[in-house]
Design a protein around this ligand. Structure first.
Ligand SMILES: Nc1nc2c(c(=O)[nH]1)N[C@H]1C(S)=C(S)[C@@H](COP(=O)(O)OP(=O)(O)OC[C@H]3O[C@@H](n4cnc5c(N)ncnc54)[C@H](O)[C@@H]3O)O[C@H]1N2
Ligand code: MOO
Length: 401
């Protein structure tokens, strides 16, 4: 029996770090920057107006007020997007819009609300501080500086900044192509009718969703019979096109363990991990491609994903924060756990405002077939291997989804 930490370390090592690849910005959301990127332009790229109004010299409106307005001829109109450079002659104003370039000679902008909005001539009802309402070149980002550092997780703000400094692609850790294979002669795909002894397939649906949420490109083979020849024939030809194979089922102790029987002699090792659910696990390489074999019970699949695949995939994608948030919470009822195994129970966590710790109650029993209870959970309750009972009202560790 190996520990959860040992198996997790093996999967992290197996998946390694994904190589860098340049992707269009639209495909980078949620991914991690693989290299520093520098700004090709300053932000703002030119001195521009922060307000709609009139570009002036502060000295030309000195002493202006409601009672003693200053009247200036309007020499030019500068909407946003004007690209020529009309200088402001002394004693004049240029009408200017937000985002338009401040003309050489002007040192401030008077907002339109402090004027009579004149087109030929304008009356100004207040003074202007030099620099007022001017956004300076480079005050956000200096040209040539590192705009986004390696390791940055690319969300909307980061992608917006990349485009603002003139980039249309970014170097990111390439999302892996993953093949998900569900094994089991009993599996039927909805909406086909079920016969007695058959069940509807669900593991691949869960794995595809969980993998896609991390940015992986996923394909699935949803139902392979418990037959070594069929398994090899339907999976091996696809290996050349993927970076990772994830299987479910066929790894425990029975007579028809198709994944174990197919892969044990090609470089995949199988072990029992000291956890419940998710005990029977395997990992290794098949034709050089990393393989992670998960047990077949649906709850075991999701708990194994949380314990092993999620942290390993996030690490491979360049994330440093790969763990779910862990908090302490008070248990609503006594829970029992098998000796020598870390138990992960599905739970519902709440935290009242003003309370020091939150409260957590189990959803469903420990059985790894109880998928409906999982749909009501927002966390996993963790009971360590050396603990066999946690009493009502005592504190436990909780991993928040
Ligand atoms: N004698 C022993 N029996 C079992 C052991 C053991 O240590 N000794 N371990 C048990 C544990 S723990 C688990 S978990 C399961 C894991 O078995 P397998 O990985 O071989 O999985 P299967 O037998 O193929 O399936 C288990 C269970 O899950 C259902 N299943 C499988 N695939 C799917 C799918 N794609 N969608 C929905 N449901 C699926 C399958 O019908 C079985 O009911 O072994 C225990 N036995
Ligand atoms: O992996 Mo099994 O869930 O422990 O029933």
């Amino acid at each position: 029996m190996i520990s959860v930490e040992e198996h997790r370390a093996s999967i992290i090592e197996l998946l390694g770090t994904r190589p860098a690849v340049e992707l269009p910005l639209a495909d980078c959301a949620g991914l991690v920057l693989a290299e520093d990127v520098r700004a090709g332009v300053s932000l703002p790229p030119f001195d521009n107006s922060a307000m709609d109004g009139y570009a002036v010299r502060a000295v030309d409106v000195a002493g202006a007020s409601e009672e003693t307005p200053v009247e200036l001829p309007v020499a030019e109109d500068i909407p946003a997007g004007r690209t020529d450079v009309p200088t402001l002659p002394p004693g004049t104003a240029h009408r200017i819009m937000t985002g338009a370039p401040v003309p050489p000679g002007a040192d401030s902008v008077v907002v339109v609300e402090r004027t009579d909005r004149g087109v030929e001539r304008v009356r100004v009802f207040g003074t202007a501080e030099p620099g007022a309402h001017i956004r300076r070149t480079g005050e956000d980002v200096a040209s040539g500086s590192v705009a986004l550092a390696r390791g940055t997780v690319l969300g909307p703000a980061q992608l917006g900044l990349a485009s603002s400094v003139g980039l249309d692609r970014l170097p990111v850790h390439a999302p892996p192509r993953v093949l998900v294979v569900s094994t089991g002669t009993e599996l039927v795909l909805p909406p086909n009718p079920l016969r007695h002894g058959q069940i509807y397939e669900s593991n691949s649906v869960m794995l595809v969703a969980a993998l896609r949420a991390l940015g992986c490109q996923v394909e699935s083979v949803r139902s392979v019979a418990d037959d070594v020849e069929q398994f090899r024939a339907s999976v091996e030809p696809k290996l050349a096109q993927v970076d990772l194979l994830v299987t479910s089922g066929g790894v425990s102790a029975g007579a028809y363990e198709v994944v174990k029987d197919s892969l044990a002699d090609v470089g995949v090792s199988f072990a029992k991990v000291a956890m419940q659910p998710g005990g029977p696990q395997g990992c290794g390489r098949w034709n050089g491609v990393p393989v992670v074999t998960l047990p077949g019970n649906p709850v075991s699949v999701l708990v194994s994903f949380e314990a092993f695949l999620r942290p390993a995939l996030l690490t491979s994608l360049g994330h440093t924060d790969v763990d779910r948030q862990r908090v302490r919470a008070r248990l609503t009822e006594t829970l029992r756990s098998p000796k020598g195994k870390r138990q992960f129970r599905r739970g519902y966590y709440t935290h009242e405002q003003g309370e020091v710790t939150g409260v957590v109650g189990p959803r469903g029993g420990p059985g790894s077939h109880l998928l409906a209870a999982f749909t009501q959970a927002n966390c996993l309750i963790v009971i360590d291997a050396d603990v066999t009972e946690v009493e009502q009202n005592s504190e436990v560790d909780v991993l928040l989804f």
